[in-house]
Write a protein that binds this ligand. Structure first.
Ligand code: B12
Ligand code: SF4
Length: 480
């Protein structure tokens, strides 16, 4: 672009986006999605990731003069602290720059953040692509925000929520521009050329421990197999990844789409492996033909949430999955040599001892079936937006009340009030000995140690756990 005298004039405004510090190095797909929705002729998107830089503020300060807004993607828990710190500093550095928060936390708490933190000006709810595009345009042209659906903002100083925006079909969006991030930096942090991609939004199901039904009202939209095939081939030729990580909540919802995707990957001969999430009922319904096509196209690992080893508990949490379906999937994966992560949750409110011991039994059974199976066990935490959380609140449980409180609410660490110290100690031992007995890459395992681990698990003998004590001491020393 040039002016009348032929000098180059860059009229593009900068849109600054921040991904707060978090665990792991998944690519910031939310920021990529909203950044790619903007017109590149008009906006220069700068994405900074707190996991990759020590000084995000210094990075942003280089661009503040040309910036039109500053956006942050926020999930509930520890990432909020960093989001708060960086947002506050940006506001101090440039008070008239609108600070926008989006993501799961502000989908659940549209107004609380605005009430608590004056340095946040706007929050976005639900899917962000169309909302953000409209919002940036309104800010840039200084148009009032009353007509932008899917946001909350301060109107005459008072937090106010506009009507929600209906879900947009994922097939309407253009290709995500991964050049907005340093893809190689993520490969290097992950220590593998693993590419993150999301092919759907929302979920049709109703699990009562999950926020998805609240945020997306049990709606779902997914990119077609053909579009995925074209996009993935393009990304593959550009970034040369060797593994593909689908971040969808329920990837296997439509069998026809999965079959189409597998055929696309095979036809294009991408020579990659891939991983995705599967519901056990969907895996149970999947035909033998599609299982085989998935394997042939590179399916390496599935994540199949079991949550509980008690059918009664599963039914109580509206999981709509049968344990028999879980074992069916386990058998299939063992036969096809596919790795599986089967996550469990213990310590649901009012969970009986019988239910807990059913979970222990199912964990042990799955773990012993294949060394490619993992069974992480989490303690129930009342994440906001779920039916169970509402129930515990109705029964007097006090949830965090402010944004600062939510920043201290994290999944790591101990259980809630629904697990006794004794049970927690039991599970910490069980988790340790499952690793010792079955993990492939484990420094604490030689054959005798594996055998000892298996014996302890089989007999629930966790007293005099000298191996764990020694391991914990070494771990503490290496961390200090
Ligand atoms: C990748 C991922 C992570 C990564 C985060 C990587 C990162 N970028 O920092 C890691 C592994 C760190 C992670 C961790 C956790 N996660 Co997680 N994670 C996901 C996952 C699978 C994908 C997220 C993603 O990239 N989605 C794709 C993008 C395109 O969608 P999106 O994030 O929803 O973004 C859209 C909108 O929300 C909005 N939007 C988002 N940000 C912004 C910002 C602005 C400015 C705007 C305008 C709009 C906007 O627009 C986007 C495009 O439509 C989701 C499930 C899912 N499929 O979304 C769970 C999910 C986000 N995680 C969840 C949870 C509970 C956790 C954990 C607490 C525990 C756990 N068991 O996983 C931990 C805790 C994190 C911590 N303490 O550090 C919950 C969130 C609940 C909540 N209240 O926040 C989810 C929804 C899973 C679930 N159904 O329960 N997670
Ligand atoms: S746990 Fe998975 S299947 Fe259940 S409602 Fe949440 S996203 Fe859907």
């Amino acid at each position: 672009m040039s002016d009348s005298s032929g000098n180059s004039v860059n009229k593009r405004k900068k849109v600054l986006l921040y991904n707060p510090k978090a665990v792991f190095f998944d690519m910031p797909l939310a920021l990529l999605a909203i950044g790619s929705a903007l017109d590149p002729e008009r906006y220069d998107v700068i994405i900074v990731d707190g996991r990759l830089t020590d000084d995000p503020i210094a990075e942003f300060k280089k661009h503040l003069d040309e910036a039109v807004c500053f956006g942050v993607s926020v999930i509930t828990g520890a990432p909020i602290s960093d989001a708060l710190e960086v947002s506050e500093q940006i506001k101090k550095a440039k008070p008239d720059l609108p600070v926008i928060w989006g993501g799961w936390h502000t989908s659940l708490f549209p107004l609380q953040v605005l009430k608590d933190k004056l340095f946040v000006d706007i929050t976005v709810q639900g899917q962000g692509e169309v909302t953000f595009k409209e919002l940036v345009e309104h800010i840039n042209q200084d148009i009032p925000l009353d007509m932008v659906n899917g946001i909350a903002f301060r109107k005459d100083g008072v937090p106010y929520k506009n009507p929600p925006r209906p879900m947009t079909d994922m097939n309407e969006f253009g290709r995500v521009n991964y050049d907005l991030i340093d893809v190689e930096a993520y490969f290097s942090k992950k220590k593998k050329r693993q590419f993150d991609y999301i092919s759907s939004v929302g979920c049709f199901f109703r699990c009562s421990f999950c926020a998805d039904p609240f945020v997306f009202q049990r709606k779902f939209s997914a990119i077609s197999a053909e579009k995925m095939g074209e996009e993935l081939a393009y990304y593959h030729s550009k970034y040369k990844f060797t593994d593909l990580n689908f971040q969808d909540e329920t990837f296997f919802t439509y069998e026809k789409r999965i079959k189409g995707l597998a055929l696309e990957l095979i036809k294009r001969d991408l020579k990659i492996s891939w991983a995705a999430t599967m519901r056990a009922d969907q895996g149970h319904r999947l035909s033998e033909e599609v299982w085989l096509l998935c394997k042939k196209s590179g399916l390496r690992r599935l994540l199949i949430g079991v949550e509980s080893g008690s059918q009664e508990m599963m039914d109580w949490m509206n999981k709509d999955v049968k344990l028999t379906q879980v074992f069916h999937c386990a058998d299939k994966c063992k036969a096809l040599d596919i790795s599986v992560i089967f996550p469990f949750i213990v310590g649901f409110p009012g969970e009986s001892d019988k239910s807990v011991s059913d979970t222990v039994r199912v964990v042990k059974k799955l773990r012993s079936q294949s060394k490619k199976f993992e069974t992480p066990i989490f303690y129930f935490k009342p994440y906001p937006g779920s039916a169970i959380t509402q129930e515990v609140v109705d029964n007097g449980y006090q949830l965090p009340e402010t944004t600062d409180d939510w920043s201290r609410f994290d999944y790591i660490g101990s259980s809630g009030p629904w697990v006794s110290d004794e049970k927690e100690a039991f599970f910490e031992n069980l988790k340790f000995y499952l690793k010792m007995a079955y993990n492939d890459k484990n420094r604490i395992t030689g054959l005798p140690m594996r055998a000892l681990g298996k014996w302890r698990i089989k007999n629930d003998r966790f007293k005099f756990n000298f191996e764990k004590k020694i391991y914990d001491r070494f771990k503490r020393q290496s961390l200090s």
